[in-house]
Design a protein around this ligand. Structure first.
Ligand code: SF4
Length: 282
């Protein structure tokens, strides 16, 4: 995105570095959570979208703005309006049009429906699905609501305190969750699957400070099968000191023909943790 300089490493899309310069098509774009804060209230919709079109890349910027607005089901007459004249759903459509102006391959959609009324969340989700299909886009859709994720995503990675704890095809992860945190998220959906009440000791545990995560498994203070919930089980003490493996969905391999092996911390020690804890999630 180029919003902040890289402190280290590189960001690759496929096997190519993501270009940070303006004036070229941007393969990676972002739509932010709050459409009220992400649009400049002093700029018209047309200027907002036109500003994101790389210079010198299209002969008629006005026509390109109209094309982008049409892509997100907005009339070209909206180009003359200001964000204050639009509803939340319309603002989020403008934000999508602005993201599409760079002709991206991937859009990062960060909780893009959570600030919207429930009544219009569905139309924005339908638009995202439609854009994916029509433009061949990849969308990295970030949400804490697994009901929404189920609707838009083909694959899912469940993250807790900055660590991916489970990943795989959406239908498989949600039908057969292996990690306790995934089960907690599913239980939080209204009418979702309940996996029983959390045991005493973890029911009221606060989420840890992300800047100072606990050692070992980051989920251990809240885990219903971890050392806090099962103080009589000495094998659970490993959770306090050893970080568990990243666990692909059961029977799923991240690469065709590949093995379901860990992609990080894949040491023998990690495998040992997995077998000693004795749960497929860990
Ligand atoms: S490693 Fe331990 S605390 Fe963490 S999710 Fe697995 S069982 Fe729970």
């Amino acid at each position: 995105m180029g919003l902040t300089p890289l402190a280290s490493c590189r960001i690759l899309l496929g096997e190519r570095p993501v270009p940070a310069r303006s004036g070229v098509w941007r393969p990676l774009q972002m739509v932010f959570q709050d459409p009220y804060a992400s649009l400049d209230p002093r700029m018209t919709v047309g200027r907002t979208v036109a500003e994101a079109i790389p210079r010198g890349r299209v002969p008629d910027r006005r026509a390109e703005v109209a094309r982008l607005l049409a892509l997100v089901d907005l009339d070209s007459a909206r180009a003359a309006q200001y964000p204050a004249q639009l509803s939340g759903g319309q603002r989020q459509r403008v934000a999508l049009a602005r993201a599409l102006a760079g002709r991206p391959e991937v859009i990062i959609a960060d909780e893009i429906t959570s600030a919207l009324d429930v009544s219009i969340q569905g139309t924005v989700l339908n638009l995202v699905r439609d854009l994916r299909r029509r433009l061949g886009l990849s969308v990295l859709f970030i949400s804490h609501n697994l009901a929404v994720v189920r609707y838009v995503a083909d694959s899912i990675a469940v993250m807790y305190l900055g660590r991916i704890v489970e990943y795989g095809p959406t239908h498989q992860v949600l039908a057969d969750p292996q990690h306790p945190y995934t089960r907690d998220l599913l239980a939080a959906i209204p009418g979702g699957t309940s996996y029983g009440d959390p045991p005493t000791g973890v029911a009221d545990a606060e989420p840890a400070d992300p800047h100072h995560p606990p050692p070992g498994c980051r989920y251990h203070p809240r885990c219903p099968i971890g050392p806090v919930a099962r103080p009589d089980d000495p094998s659970r003490e490993l959770c306090r000191t050893d970080e568990p493996l990243l666990t692909p969905a059961r029977g799923w391999s991240p690469s065709p023909g590949g093995r379901t092996r860990p992609t990080r911390r894949g040491s023998r020690r990690s495998w040992a943790v997995r077998s000693r804890i004795g749960t497929p999630a860990c």
